[in-house]
Design a protein around this ligand. Structure first.
Ligand code: DCP
Ligand code: MG
Length: 368
């Protein structure tokens, strides 16, 4: 094995919300169960257990349609707090093995265990131990994929679902990827798959006969990605900071702001700009605000940030943060910024289905 070979684990809990419900109420076990909105309120299924999947019920399906497929389906309302609590406990177990944990959603994460000394440094043993600990300590099952990169680890975690794991060793990558249908590649939806089929391409192996230049011409920058992925290449790092994505605006003032009142007056246009940015971003991707912050650079170039938990941008809260930050130093202010920290995109998407429970101000207004 070359020294550059990485060891990545992708962990994904099985029918996560439904599993939490079945864990907490044994009467829900063994029957087809969905978590989601009620059919008479045009609700959708967030997820369902594997008994319900046997009837064809799926995530994001209207609950009314799910009931047609499976008349005895029990549909219960989500309780996000219990899922968040379970998620935190699962992620804490992952962090016991490496600092490089990148959560993708409440129930899904990449772990880079290349340099972990746990379990004699064996990624396979680490994955096995993690699965056993989550079952024992949290009462849920997690499926795992072990591979030299993220893309293959994610596909592998699906391979033996539920309650299974699959290992793709470096020497096995080539054959594993060659047999994959192109639809398994992230970003290949119906349209791209159709285009590829017209070229006679069904599997990643078929795709390899097309040159980089050819794919770039047909698919633009995505062509390069296709060229790499069909060969099992993925150099993306596991990045624990990913969830700390933010949207912010800032201004450096030509004349320093000398009083808190000056700063407050300057905050207003910044807040307007920030709201516009958030609205614009919300049109292209689901997003959920986790924190709001105010950032200051004083005349002596020292910096400070005040932040607090928030579900939306509230001017009064921002003024409080501003007063806090400015009060930390008796100096004029040369730069001011205000922004929000976001939940990672997929976690936001999950929360969106339950906007009413999480943040009533976000419901239905983002025009998607
Ligand atoms: N979720 C949601 N809406 C979706 C998809 C998912 O609210 N359209 C929520 C409910 C799921 C959780 O996110 O329990 C995790 O999503 P997964 O895609 O990992 O699905 P599950 O964990 O439910 O099932 P699987 O066993 O296939 O991982
Ligand atoms: Mg899952």
């Amino acid at each position: 094995m070359s020294s550059s070979t990485r060891k990545i684990i992708h962990c994904d809990a099985d029918c996560f919300y439904a599993s939490v419900e079945m864990r907490d109420d044994p009467s829900l076990r063994g029957i087809p169960l969905a978590v989601g909105g009620q059919p008479d309120q045009r609700g959708v299924v967030a997820t369902c257990n594997y008994e319900a999947r046997a009837f064809g019920v799926r995530s994001a399906m209207p609950s009314a349609q799910a009931l047609k497929l499976c008349p005895e389906l029990r549909i219960i309302a989500p309780t996000m707090r219990r899922y968040q609590e379970a998620s935190q406990r699962i992620m804490a177990i992952y962090r016991d093995y490496t600092d490089l944990v990148e959560p993708l959603s409440l129930d899904e994460a990449y772990l880079d265990v290349t340099h972990s000394d746990r379990c004699d440094g064996s990624a396979t043993l680490i994955a096995r131990e993690i699965r056993a600990r989550v079952a024992e300590e949290v009462g849920l099952t997690v499926s795992a994929g072990v591979a030299p990169n993220k893309f293959i680890a994610k596909i592998a975690s699906d391979w033996r679902k539920p309650d299974g794991m699959f290992v793709v060793r470096p020497a096995e990558i080539d054959a594993f990827v060659a047999a994959l249908p192109v639809e398994r590649l992230f970003g290949v939806g119906k349209v791209t798959a159709e285009k590829l089929r017209a070229l006679g391409v069904q599997s990643c192996g078929d795709l390899r006969s097309h040159s980089m230049a050819d794919l770039a011409e047909r698919f633009g920058v995505f062509g390069q990605r296709l060229y790499e992925r069909c060969r099992g290449i993925d150099t993306r790092d596991v990045s624990p900071d990913r969830e700390r994505k933010s949207i912010s605006v800032e201004t450096t003032y030509t004349r320093d702001l000398r009083t808190l009142a000056d700063c407050e007056a300057a905050l207003e246009p910044l807040l307007r700009q920030l709201s516009e940015r958030i609205e614009r971003a919300r049109r292209s991707e689901p997003l959920a605000i986790a924190k709001v912050f105010v950032k200051i650079r004083f005349a002596d170039f020292s910096r400070t940030t005040a932040e607090a938990g928030a579900l939306s941008v509230d001017a009064a809260q921002c003024r409080e943060l501003l007063a806090d930050a400015v009060g930390r130093k008796r100096r004029p202010v040369r730069l001011m910024g205000v922004g929000v920290r976001l939940l990672e995109a997929q976690a936001a998407r999950q929360l969106r289905l339950f906007d009413d429970e999480v943040d009533p101000t976000h419901s239905a207004r983002d025009g998607r």
